[in-house]
Design a protein around this ligand. Structure first.
Ligand code: ING
Length: 313
């Protein structure tokens, strides 16, 4: 038996600060139509895919920051995208900046939703690992103020039975942390969807540029392999507001192999037919957690305060 799903990674090129949401949605619709023509049942858009990557801007006035957030999804600008996807019976992952009032409190999250082929929202995820810094650092050439713009996600790493399998979501920096995949792996995830905005430049100091794309592949491929799941990573790429962003959107099989990858830094649809049954092989052999994993021993290993002292001479 196979559970094949044709997936479209909808990489997007730069979004300028001045670009209207309507112009951005036009681009997303064009990608959706390409996906429909290619027989996709699922399309994955990038993180914060409605606007430029605004956490690079050193803003402090909440009114200035709020312009990048959505209070409803779909909203007036995105409803036509949601309607088109429903008409084409295509599910999709959509990353956006969420502003929500709960119990009289206003909250801000870096959010992704999964919408089913019937146009109904299946699930929501809020980014847990917020990179960068809240305070301005004059030494930095490139900034990432996500810790100022967003709260840490409060929904954990849920998974949903959907699209014939078990689907989970993450956002950008989450993909660098093994816990992200393992928490979902322990829940039987078979398909992890991740949008990202990743600067191509030096982030922490003397890191060679080629390492940005290497670490992207390493993170996505190891997450897939070590948890027997498909992983789809989708970039907002190209030179955006003067900052070079990596592309490299890719679809990774449970074997850890890249089965399809973007080769431009613009709007590009990367398509692959993904058989969710390939997860069954991985989860019933090397990564059969029940048979091989020993959590009852990990506590002992973790209990050591620090490096084990070297043996007495
Ligand atoms: N961007 C980057 C990412 O995790 C980053 C930030 C880049 C952190 C490189 C560490 C190293 O891909 C977002 N938006 O998380």
């Amino acid at each position: 038996m196979s559970r094949k799903l044709v997936i479209g990674a909808a990489q997007m090129g730069p979004i300028a600060r001045a670009d209207s949401r309507s112009a951005v949605v036009d681009r997303q619709l064009a990608l959706l139509e390409k996906a429909h023509a290619r027989g996709c049942g699922l399309v994955v858009y990038p993180e914060l895919c409605l606007t430029t990557f605004f956490p690079r801007f050193d803003l402090h006035d909440r009114a200035d920051m709020d312009v990048f957030f959505e209070m409803e999804m779909p909203g007036p600008d995105t409803k036509r995208l949601f309607d088109a996807a429903k008409k084409m019976k295509i599910a999709f992952y959509y990353g956006y900046a969420e502003k929500i009032v709960e119990d009289g409190e206003t909250h801000y999250y870096n959010t992704a939703i999964l919408v089913g082929p019937d146009g109904e929202q299946i699930g929501k995820y809020r980014k847990v690992h917020l990179p960068g810094h809240a305070e301005t650092d004059p030494k930095k050439k490139v900034h990432n103020f996500e810790k100022r713009y967003f709260e840490v996600g409060n929904l954990g790493f849920p998974v949903w039975r959907a699209l014939g399998g078990v689907v989970g979501m993450a956002v950008c920096n989450d993909r660098r942390w093994p816990e992200t995949y393992r928490v979902m792996g322990l829940k039987g995830v078979e398909l992890v969807l991740i949008g990202y905005n990743t600067g191509a430049g030096n982030y922490w100091g003397n890191e060679a540029p080629y390492l940005r794309t290497f670490h992207n592949s390493l993170s996505l491929q190891s997450g897939a392999y070590q948890n027997g799941t498909w992983v789809v990573g989708v970039a907002k790429a190209g030179l955006e507001e003067g900052v070079a962003m990596i592309g490299g959107s890719m679809i990774v099989a449970p074997s850890g192999e890249i089965v399809a990858q973007a080769h431009t830094l613009g709007d590009e649809l990367v398509v692959s037919e993904c058989d969710l049954d390939e997860c069954v092989f991985a989860k019933s052999t090397t990564f059969d957690f029940a048979r091989h994993r020993r959590p009852e021993h990990y506590g002992i290993i973790a209990s050591q305060a620090g490096p084990t002292p070297p043996p007495e001479p």
